[in-house]
Write a protein that binds this ligand. Structure first.
Ligand SMILES: C[S@@+](CC[C@H](N)C(=O)[O-])C[C@H]1O[C@@H](n2cnc3c(N)ncnc32)[C@H](O)[C@@H]1O
Length: 292
């Protein structure tokens, strides 16, 4: 079942502006969040979406994976088995008993969840996931959020990041990044900022392997050069949203991790020449901070 899509438009910067770094966003005019917006009934709808998500296996599958990968990265350094992340019942039990809470959740690019049902379900998923993980701190950012949306996020005890960090937050403790259907440049920035802390990350986002397979190298080298760089050290596991009725909310998403056991094989030049990405293309799918 498809929900109305919520389009993200990037408009070209006027010619003659030197930096080419600012990209504006045009959001669809939405009246839901206008003066007549009823926050109480919207929050009720969000809670209903959370309840709908709880009734699926989605979050459970996701937490199972996160538990196994937590042990995997911190204690065992063994690859999780492909048979639903645990070889035997014993190993699964052992993984659960070794489970350490995830220190933090970070989300970029959920979108305008008061007007877009896809974004609303994604936010609901993030809130249920956080609940299952025993409420670690959760920071959320999308430059298109309205002030009402920021208020709602805070009402659910998450923090709205106060400025556009362009995805360049350094995650110096283990972090689950939830970035559903974001642009390549945003993933690229996350990777660049965390080249020395990759083993801390689980990125739930669009399949990197599909991104690399389905785009011309010329384009990728401009907007996803760091995704290319880390691909050999990555393990990607598809998120299986089979049980979720709306097919365009969690489609094409995967978990991406960078196990120590793989990073150890990184070539010496991995740490060199990692200049900050600059996107000169006019249409990268990221809203960059303004340079005044
Ligand atoms: C293609 S939309 C995806 C929206 C929604 N998650 C979905 O699946 O429909 C990409 C999202 O990335 C957001 N985005 C762009 N630049 C960003 C930035 N610098 N930081 C965080 N989010 C950003 C956009 O505002 C937009 O909501």
């Amino acid at each position: 079942m498809e929900l109305d899509s919520c389009e993200f438009h990037v408009v070209k910067r006027k010619k003659g502006k030197k930096t080419g770094r600012n990209v504006e966003v045009v959001t669809h005019d939405n009246h839901e969040d206008g003066p007549m917006f009823d926050k109480v009934s919207f929050k009720r709808r969000l809670v209903e979406c959370m309840q709908e998500i709880r009734l699926t296996e989605l979050v459970e599958n996701c937490t199972d994976y996160l538990m196994s990968v937590n042990v995997y990265q911190e204690e065992k350094c063994l690859c999780p088995s492909s048979s639903r992340f645990g070889d035997t019942e014993d190993s699964e039990q052992q993984q659960h008993s070794n489970f350490q809470p995830w220190p933090q959740l970070l989300s970029y690019g959920i979108g305008r969840f008061t007007s877009c049902p896809i974004a609303r379900y994604q936010l609901a998923f993030l809130l249920v996931l956080r609940e299952k993980l025993k409420n670690p701190p959760c920071h959320i950012y999308d430059p298109v959020f309205s002030s009402r949306e920021k208020e709602i996020i805070e009402d659910f005890e998450c923090k709205v990041i106060s400025h556009n960090e362009e995805g360049k937050r350094v995650c110096d403790s283990r972090t689950i990044l939830f970035m559903p259907h974001c642009g390549k440049a945003l993933y690229n920035n996350v990777i660049w900022a965390n080249l020395n802390t990759l083993e801390n990350l689980v990125i739930i986002g669009n399949s990197f392997s599909r991104m690399l397979d389905s785009n011309p190298h010329r384009l990728l080298s401009k907007t996803a050069n760091y995704v290319i760089k880390v691909a050999p050290y990555m393990v990607e596991t598809p998120l299986k949203p089979a049980s979720f009725v709306h097919t365009d909310v969690f489609n094409d998403l995967s978990f991406h991790i960078f196990p120590k056991s793989k990073l150890i094989n990184a070539l010496p030049e991995f740490g060199e020449n990692n200049t900050e990405p600059v996107y000169t293309e006019e249409e990268v799918e990221i809203i960059q901070k303004s340079i005044v």
